[in-house]
Structures are given as structure tokens and as C-alpha cells.
Write a protein that binds this ligand. Structure first.
Ligand SMILES: *Cc1c(COP(=O)(O)O)cnc(C)c1O
Length: 379
């Protein structure tokens, strides 16, 4: 039985996760060791030192590569460490076209860290393919997309962007954190590198920070060099927790989607809500495209609260089940004010978000309890 023929739900539980050859343990152990004994100098089992490689990390990487349909995956200590490695593949003077509402930390990193080393960036609304074409330079190496985007839930035409990139020698990087491979597989749309904050849906339980890049074998080898040479590696226990979370990804995403669809529909009718951004709503500008490139619309919603910033802030303090916290993608529901919290670092830039915007990460609790919580907070 070839693993590649199995469905995602099955691969999430089995790929890279054969019973432990030494003991038969059905769960990949936490190899909490910094080094591995050699039988003679240079004669080792494939593992030498745990920054370079660790079996728990290998299991996670093998599984995630399978879920994204790529040759390989390279895991990092956080999503931003994974993005840093992707950007370190560039040379001074190289140019990146980035979506104009990427995760705030992504924008901060490329402008304030990589910018100092000569990486150029343009923020462009990637829904506008003419604008992308106009922004492409001879030095453009990456088109950097997030779909759905954070926090405006914009949907990008990933296949069209991949083609545009190919025509101009630029590779498509997709941050697939919001969709996950359970709902969207960017490789099948032509993406070259897929990056995740595994902190979010892949880990799924708000108990670990991590990141991964899924890509072709040659690029993965370059990233593995950086993983070892720079050293932003996830620890064995972090890898174990992420892999444990990944096993239930398919089930969790189904419930996240169902709950978010109900809540977005309800919010859309609510007199205290002036706008709802959710690709599952039939009148959302991204709906038709999302329906072609995703198998579900995800668990993230953003809304604008009638009454402005004060009303939005007030709503964030009134929920009991939706915890007021940054991050997303866990089993528990979260609420936040992007302008003050996750996206504070983009204030005053092209990526600034409206100040009456509230973002919800809809968890997998019973939807009736979540609706009652939101009704109380809005009412
Ligand atoms: C959280 C997040 C990141 C950053 O990942 P960390 O694990 O927090 O470093 C990148 N992109 C998106 C879309 C995110 O939500």
C-alpha cells in the first residue's frame, strides 16, 4: 500500500509514524537527547547531533511533507524562523512582492530585519494581477501570498499567481497557516514553497510554537543547511506535540469550518456588526474563488463593529468563552483586536487595518454556546 495513495486524514496519522523499531511503541517517542552515540568515528545511525537531526523532528517533517504533497519539509522553532530561512535563500538586492495584508510579523521581519541586508520588498494587493505584473522587477525572486489572508480574509488566485511568477522567474511562496493542507493544497495550484506557523491549526491546541517549510527536494536541502547552520530548531517535545495535534487535523478543520460558517452567517445579520469578512459567505468577494481552490472556508472570521474602535474594544472584553488573546487555530475560541494586538507593528504602513476590526478564531466548542457568548458580548 503506497502511502501517497491514502487520504489526508490517514496520512496525518501514519506517514513518518511507523511503530518504533526498537520497542514497537505506536507513538513516535520524544527523543530527548542532544547527541547520538557512534560505533566508530563517522559511523552513525543517520543522527549525530540534535540540531542537525532528531528522529521526532524527522517524523514530523515526513508527515507534513506528505500532507502538503511536497518532496520534503523542514521544521523550525517558529513560523517566523521558517520565514526567515526562506528569505535567507535570497541575496542582497533581491526583491520580494508581498501581499499587502500579510501577517504583521512577516512584514516586520522583511522590512526591519532582511531590509537591513539589502532585501527589497513591495506590498501589493495580490488580488490585482495587473498590479502584480507592474510591480515585478528583473530582481523579483518571490511572490509571497497568504490566502485566506490575516486579518482581512482576502482570497488570492494562487494558480494565477504561480503562473505569473513562473513567467517572470519568481517563485510563489504561500503562507498556508489559515487554510492548512486539510482545506487547501498550494502545491497542486503551482506554489513552490509552503510555509506554516504550526503554532496554529497544525499544532491545534495552543500549547506549542513552531514553523515549517514544505517544498521540493533541492530547496529543502538548502533550507536544511540553514536549519543546521543558523540553528532555529524546534525541540523534541515541541515536535511531539505538533505531531500529536496533526493527527486530528482533518476532524478539527471540519468542525472549525462548520462553526465559523454558522457564526459568520449570524454575525452578517447582526445590527451591531457593519461588515463580516468570511470566504464562506456567498456575497463575500472571495467566495467564488475560495470555492474553487479550497475544500472548506476555514475557522477565521473578521468583523467590523458598528460604533467604531471603542465598540470593537468593548466587544473584546465581554466574551467569556472566546478568550481575549493573540494567536489562532486552537481548539478554544479566541477574540482579538488586530489594530492594537497582532497587527500593531503595521500601524502607519500600507498594511494598517481598520480600528473597528475584531478577529475571531472560532474553536471547536458547541456552536450554540459560542453564539450565545457573542450575543452577550455584542448586546
Ligand atoms: C502566527 C503566524 C505567523 C508567525 O508564526 P509564529 O509561529 O508565531 O512565529 C506567520 N503567518 C501567519 C499567517 C500566522 O498566523
Amino acid at each position: 500500500m503506497a502511502m501517497d495513495d491514502l487520504h489526508l486524514e490517514t496520512r496525518a496519522i501514519h506517514v513518518g509514524q511507523e511503530p518504533d523499531p526498537a520497542t514497537g511503541a505506536v507513538v513516535v517517542p520524544i527523543y530527548q537527547t542532544s547527541t547520538f552515540a557512534q560505533s566508530a568515528p563517522g559511523q552513525h545511525t543517520g543522527y549525530e547531533y540534535a540540531r542537525t537531526g532528531n528522529p521526532t523532528r524527522t517524523a514530523l517533517q515526513t508527515c507534513l511533507a506528505s500532507l502538503e504533497g511536497t518532496d520534503a519539509a523542514v521544521a523550525f522553532a517558529s513560523g517566523l524562523a521558517a520565514e526567515d530561512a526562506i528569505l535567507r535563500l535570497l541575496d542582497p538586492g533581491d526583491h520580494v512582492i508581498m501581499a499587502d495584508d500579510v501577517y504583521g510579523g512577516t512584514w516586520r521581519q522583511i522590512t526591519r530585519v532582511h531590509g537591513r541586508f539589502g532585501i527589497q520588498v513591495s506590498a501589493v494587493d495580490l488580488r490585482d494581477l495587473d498590479a502584480v505584473r507592474a510591480a515585478i522587477r528583473p530582481t523579483t525572486r518571490y511572490l509571497w501570498a497568504e490566502s485566506p489572508s490575516n486579518p482581512m480574509l482576502k482570497i488570492l488566485d494562487l494558480a494565477a499567481l504561480a503562473q505569473l511568477g513562473r513567467d517572470h522567474g519568481a517563485r510563489l511562496v504561500v503562507d498556508n497557516t489559515f487554510a492548512t493542507p486539510a482545506l487547501q493544497q498550494p502545491t497542486s495550484l503551482g506554489a513552490d514553497l509552503i510555509v506554516h506557523s504550526t503554532t496554529k491549526y497544525l499544532g491545534g491546541h495552543s500549547d506549542v510554537v513552531g514553523g515549517v517549510v514544505c517544498t521540493d527536494a533541492a530547496t529543502a536541502a538548502d533550507l536544511a543547511f540553514l536549519q543546521n547552520a543558523v540553528g532555529a530548531v524546534p525541540g523534541p517535545f515541541d515536535n511531539f506535540l505538533t505531531l500529536r495535534g496533526v493527527k486530528t487535523l482533518g476532524l478539527r478543520m471540519q468542525r472549525h469550518c462548520a462553526n465559523a460558517q454558522r457564526i459568520a452567517t449570524w454575525l452578517d445579520e447582526h445590527p451591531r456588526v457593519s461588515a463580516v469578512h468570511y470566504p464562506g459567505l456567498p456575497d463575500d468577494p472571495g467566495h467564488a474563488l475560495a470555492a474553487t481552490q479550497m475544500t472548506g472556508f476555514g475557522g477565521m472570521i473578521s468583523l467590523r463593529v458598528a460604533g467604531g474602535r471603542a465598540a470593537a474594544e468593548h466587544m473584546c472584553t465581554q466574551t467569556r468563552l472566546f478568550f481575549l488573546a493573540e494567536s489562532l487555530g486552537g481548539v478554544e475560541s479566541l477574540i482579538e483586536h488586530p489594530g492594537i494586538m497582532t497587527h500593531a507593528s503595521v500601524a502607519g504602513t500600507a498594511l494598517e487595518v481598520p480600528d473597528d476590526l475584531v478577529r475571531l478564531s472560532v474553536g471547536i466548542e458547541h456552536v450554540d454556546d459560542l453564539l450565545a457568548d457573542l450575543e452577550r458580548a455584542l448586546g
